[in-house]
Design a protein around this ligand. Structure first.
Ligand code: GLU
Length: 429
């Protein structure tokens, strides 16, 4: 999709619809927002606010490569909403990054932070680059330059970045250092930092842990609990890796895992020792070699796509055999596939609920930075589990009340809170 078409979707939410392709990511989020708005009778002018982004910054970032070349990269920060607090969301380094994708992800952050009821709005940033092509020095230069050009829209009470695909705790340490050079000491300016540098113990595992906290709550509600349920996980990064370990700890049988480096099958389910300490699937020796292209179609109870968006579409949804799909990634199931699952009685636990443990952990880190206080790991974990189980219950209650699917229920909770905040601020036209 061209940027001009994307901005039509951005500025005219009422006409947004689902086309079922990755390029329409923002239109797809807006169609969810509008679906929830129908249930809540949200006025037309307010819907337009919900389907637009408050601020979009696009920058050119010159980067000197180690071989002497100079690249001009494109970077973004999109701030979707500050209705409920400072904007919050990660920075993605990935070749798929474009304005439309960043808008979609920024909007999802607004709904995620609202759903778990933390005092943040939504934002997202990114740079269109293959992160594996960057040396450490290049990655450092890139994030420092990104920070320098974005600093005027960032800050602990304006917009707080965090890691996302292709960035990690070390990237956030460089970002914090650059921010401090310009604005002075403010560790709450970014979350997902290393624990030795104002990070919170528990944040790194928080998204994966949260995926399983929500999955366990849903399975207890719908299918007699998580014990012995078989799971396939696509993705072994910061989300999939910890989700696998947590799933095993919850008594589930992780029978299939994959990432870009390969796939492993464990007929009886992997043990913690089989997986702990590895950073990519090709390093794992236990289990048998398997086909990464088939992970999504494994004969399991629960499928957890924890890698890229847009992996399950109308073209392959009917081949999925799991009865429960947990969106650990952002937008892995597109609108068409979602409809197919709805018709077929397959439960989809939506991204804004399933992976919200990450930003919830970021909230804990941010509050600790502001209070200059440190929680023990056990407090972090138990607060995370408690709040995510409560978020699942809130979504499930809406779903029952409106007789809708979990995604619609989640958006109803999230949209209602944002609309209420906009009205109380006097920002509704
Ligand atoms: N990048 C993560 C997400 O998509 C975390 C964002 C944050 O912690 O601010 O939810």
């Amino acid at each position: 999709m061209t940027n001009s078409l994307a901005s039509t979707a951005a500025n005219n939410g009422a006409s947004a619809n689902v086309h079922g392709t990755e390029e329409d990511a923002f239109a797809e989020v807006n169609s969810r927002v509008l679906g929830a708005s129908d249930f809540l009778d949200v006025p037309e002018s307010t819907r337009q606010i919900l389907c637009s982004c408050e601020r979009e910054v696009t920058v050119s970032i010159p980067l000197s490569r180690d071989d002497g070349d100079r690249d001009i990269l494109t970077g973004y920060r999109v701030q979707h909403s500050s209705a409920r607090g400072p904007r919050k969301g990660g920075i993605r380094f990935h070749p798929s990054v474009d304005l439309n994708e960043v808008r979609a992800l920024a909007s999802l952050m607004t709904w995620k932070t609202s759903l778990i009821d933390v005092p943040f709005g939504g934002a997202k940033g990114g740079v269109r680059i293959e992160p594996r092509s960057l040396s450490d020095r290049e990655a450092e230069e890139l994030i420092r330059r990104w920070t320098r050009v974005m600093v005027h829209v960032l800050g602990p009470h304006r917009d707080i970045p965090a890691p996302d695909m292709g960035t990690d705790a070390r990237t956030m340490a460089w970002l914090m250092d650059e921010f401090h050079r310009i604005e002075g000491f403010q560790p709450a300016c970014v979350t997902g930092k290393p624990t030795a540098l104002f990070g919170a113990e528990g944040r790194e595992e928080a998204t994966g842990r949260g995926v399983i906290a929500v999955t366990s709550a849903a399975l207890t509600d719908l299918a007699g609990g998580p014990r012995n349920k078989t799971v396939a996980i696509q993705g072994f990064g910061n989300v999939g890796r910890f989700a696998a370990l947590e799933a095993i700890a919850a008594g589930m049988r992780v029978v299939e895992i994959s990432d870009v480096t390969g796939a492993r099958r464990f007929a009886q389910g992997a043990s913690i020792d089989d997986l702990a300490g590895f950073r990519q699937v090709s390093e794992i020796e236990a289990g048998e070699e398997s086909d990464p292209d088939q992970t999504l179609f494994a004969a399991v109870d629960v499928l957890i796509p924890a890698a890229l968006g847009g992996v399950i579409t109308a073209a392959n949804a009917r081949n999925v055999r799991a009865r429960v799909i947990v969106e650990a990634a952002n937008q892995p199931v597109d609108g068409e596939a979602d409809r197919i699952f709805g018709d077929g009685g397959v439960t989809v636990i939506p991204d804004i609920l399933a992976n919200s443990g990450g930003v919830l952990g970021s909230y804990f880190e941010w509050t600790q930075n502001i209070q200059e206080f440190k929680w023990p790991l056990e407090t972090f974990r138990s607060e995370l589990d408690k709040r995510l189980a409560a978020a699942y219950r809130a979504v499930s209650a809406e779903t029952a009340h409106y007789n809708c699917d979990l995604r619609t229920g989640a958006f109803i909770v999230a949209v209602r809170r944002v609309v209420e905040a906009l009205a109380l601020r006097g920002q509704v036209l």
